[in-house]
Design a protein around this ligand. Structure first.
Ligand code: SAH
Length: 274
């Protein structure tokens, strides 16, 4: 019996189908790429090898693991040291998230076009942001919300460091592209959503972590509301100096602590869907 596609929820105009929040341990969901078996949930450090591997674009070849390891060494040299984050970056095949013509650049620390005017984030920035999200934690995070699925690369990396990941994209074309890109990875703990991420995703709240791949003038209030006490939010936002910087928000029992870090350059956070 063919398995159903990756589950998609819609958070836009029509209310999404009521879906109970998943319990833990995460329920395994079948993917559309193979027979209905019970694939093991991927754990940190375990390669995200698809069971049915799509053909590897030329220029990357069978040694993509070595190329990826070299990319991760460079990210380490930039100061990222969290073992779980580095293992996740080593495991996820970034070349599968970009067009074949760009695959030979997939392991450079550069952002690349993914269509519809959007870009896949630099792997160094992905590592930096996920490390900030995991700061002080050496076990897996609980539930994480990502705003801006794009091609799905960062969502795949997050699925290695969190028990459950919800990722929202506002552009239908990219939401569908991410679903295609991610299908062979069979990441049973990753849920793709089509909708306006500025509203967050209240049904999955509270989140241990919220991470945004697009930057607005400020951090939407819904994100702070949906963050768990003890949770961390990492997002680009325009700061007091009128520039886009990485912002970390920690929610404590007594309030929120906001820290502004280095300048960054992310695509704009936009409202609504398209
Ligand atoms: N994490 C992605 C980066 C994609 S770029 C990756 O690994 O490839 C950022 C994405 O944020 C774009 O696809 C853009 O469409 C999306 N975006 C911008 N505003 C959004 C919003 N309000 N809700 C959801 N996605 C949004």
């Amino acid at each position: 019996m063919p398995a159903p596609p990756l589950r998609t929820l819609t958070t836009s105009s029509s209310p999404p189908a009521v879906r109970p929040r998943p319990g833990f341990p995460a329920r395994l969901e079948p993917s559309a790429s193979g027979p209905r078996t019970s694939p093991p949930a991927l754990t940190r450090g375990q390669p995200a090898a698809p069971l049915a591997r799509p053909s590897t674009p030329s220029g990357v070849g069978m040694d993509s693991q070595a190329v990826r390891a070299a990319m991760v060494r460079k990210i380490e040299a930039q100061g990222v040291s969290h073992a779980g984050v580095l293992a996740a970056l080593r495991a996820v095949e970034r070349h599968r998230f970009v067009d074949t013509a760009l695959a030979n650049q997939a392991y450079e620390d550069t952002s690349l076009p993914i269509g519809l005017g959007q870009t896949i984030s630099k792997p160094g920035v992905v590592g930096r942001m996920i490390e900030l999200l995991c700061q002080g934690r050496h076990d897996k995070l609980g539930r994480v919300l990502e705003i801006g699925t794009g091609c799905g690369y960062q969502a795949a990396v997050l699925s290695h460091v969190a028990r459950e990941v919800y990722s929202i994209e506002r552009l239908k074309g990219l939401h569908e592209k991410a679903r295609e890109n991610l299908r062979p990875f069979r990441l049973s703990n990753l849920h793709l959503l089509f909708g306006d991420g500025m509203l967050g995703y209240a049904r999955g709240a509270p989140y241990a972590g919220i991470i945004a791949a697009a930057g607005g003038n400020d951090i939407p209030a819904a994100w702070i509301d949906q963050l768990a006490v003890g949770g961390r939010l990492v997002a680009p936002a325009v700061t007091s100096v009128g520039r886009q910087n990485l912002v970390v928000v920690e929610k404590t029992a007594t309030g929120v602590v906001r820290t502004e870090l280095e300048a960054v350059l992310f695509v704009p956070l936009k409202s609504g869907i398209a």
